[in-house]
Design a binder for this molecule. Structure first.
Ligand SMILES: *Cc1c(COP(=O)(O)O)cnc(C)c1O
Length: 406
């Protein structure tokens, strides 16, 4: 058989794929897709033109100047290029033989980042949901914990992990901002994994990290706010270094394409041993939950190399600044009410007159704002994950939403 060219780069078609990225599309049209899986393919080049309006035109634009709504950031182009390399190489970090240097790159990234959290090692996972599960699995094996305690504002993945691991799960009351009440923590935590959230998903609140080290195992879920540790706002997470494990989503505030996150351990040798399995076809034990494991470290490494610590810190600092400036605006406006001072780049607010909540929400720039429910009441939520937010334009959109309201 002749060589199958589908497995070699068609440079012209790949360039066309990049050109399509820059085009304007009216909107994604799902009707473009054939309703059945046809017998004959249309060819890879034609696929690009078929899918571009749908995939590119139908996507939420996280890079839009008023995209200020969710924890999903726009991604820097260097991650697009390295993700393309990844897809073409298809390395599998499960086997050293199928990822001779990709394993090294992941080790290096972990080695660079772990010390910011007082940790000594760890590995990458496809999200903090799995990082939290990995941490609590290690807690069960290393510290024989029987229960997991977290604030009521903790991410659902914490309760999910406890459920999967057969551990009892209890939530503790929070203060008015959503942070765990230190006084509610039980005296005896000899059989407890205490999960502290650094940057809760709804409000960005930070649990009292001074509690780290007071339980048989402390895990800090820093999925959202962990990267602050690398910025001038590092002190917001002081105390994190006393945890036994820390999770951070790289596909949030480290601007990585999904799926990318990190689990760090204080004692990685002990933790890795507890969560390793051996197989007859493995030359090295398999650490953690995943089997096949992608080279997701490559785009992260590329970003860290391209920007350096200060480049990353500047961008996170700028996002923090956007949230501070927006909360200043909310506080100074008589028709608006601020839930609490933002601590980690999340602004929660709403109209003072809650009767016009829905009307205002509909009039806000599309995709600019998300919603959350706190103590049974609805609030607007803006997350500063996009360094290119045009704050003046967004604020103008907010003011316009109130125009012509009674
Ligand atoms: C987003 C988030 C998670 C889950 O992380 P994924 O990367 O979406 O799996 C866990 N905890 C917190 C606090 C989060 O904000």
């Amino acid at each position: 058989m002749r060589m199958d060219k589908e497995f070699a780069p068609d440079k012209e078609a790949l360039r066309h794929a990049i050109d399509l990225l820059g085009e304007q599309y009216s909107s994604g049209e799902p009707g473009l897709l054939p309703s059945t899986f046809s017998d004959h393919g249309i060819g890879s080049r034609a696929v690009l033109d078929l899918l571009a309006p749908l995939v590119l035109g139908g996507a939420a634009r996280l890079d839009a100047p008023t995209s200020f709504a969710h924890m999903d950031p726009p991604t820097p182009w260097v991650t697009w290029a390295t993700t393309l390399w990844n897809a073409s190489l298809n390395q599998n970090l499960l086997h050293p033989a199928t990822s001779p240097t990709a394993r090294l790159i992941e080790e290096q990234v972990v080695h660079w980042l772990a010390p910011f959290f007082g940790m000594a090692g760890g590995h990458m996972t496809p999200g903090s949901t799995l990082a939290n599960l990995t941490a609590l699995w290690a807690a069960r094996e290393c510290a024989a914990v029987k229960e997991v305690i977290a604030a009521g504002s903790a991410h659902m993945s914490v309760g999910k992990a406890a459920h999967l691991l057969g551990l009892r799960f209890r939530t503790l009351p929070t203060d008015s901002k959503g942070a765990m009440l230190a006084g509610a923590v039980p005296e005896d935590m000899a059989l407890t994994a205490l999960v502290l959230t650094a940057g809760s998903t709804s409000t960005g609140s930070v649990d009292p990290l001074s509690l780290a080290g007071k339980a048989a195992w402390t895990h800090v879920d820093a999925a959202w706010a962990g990267p602050l540790r690398i910025s001038q706002h590092s002190d917001v997470l002081d105390g994190i270094e006393d945890a036994d494990s820390v999770s951070v989503s790289a596909h949030k505030w480290l601007f990585q394409p999904k799926e990318s996150a990190l689990i760090f351990f204080k004692d990685p040798i002990k933790a890795n041993e507890a969560i390793s399995f051996d197989g007859p076809y493995l030359s090295k034990p398999n650490v953690g939950i995943l089997g096949s494991h992608s080279a997701m470290a490559v785009p992260l490494m590329a970003t860290l190399l391209a920007w350096g610590r200060s480049g990353l810190a500047t961008r996170i600092g700028h996002c923090m600044d956007l949230s501070a400036r927006f909360s200043d605006f909310v506080r100074s406006h008589q028709r608006l009410s601020l839930f609490a001072e933002p601590e980690t780049g999340i602004v929660v607010w709403r109209p003072r007159d809650t009767a016009c909540f829905d009307q205002v929400f509909q009039r806000l720039p599309q995709g600019s704002t998300s919603m959350t429910t706190l103590n049974g009441e609805r609030w607007f939520r803006n997350v500063a994950a996009n360094p290119n937010v045009d704050l003046e334009r967004f604020i103008a959109g907010v003011l316009k939403a109130f125009d012509a309201l009674p």
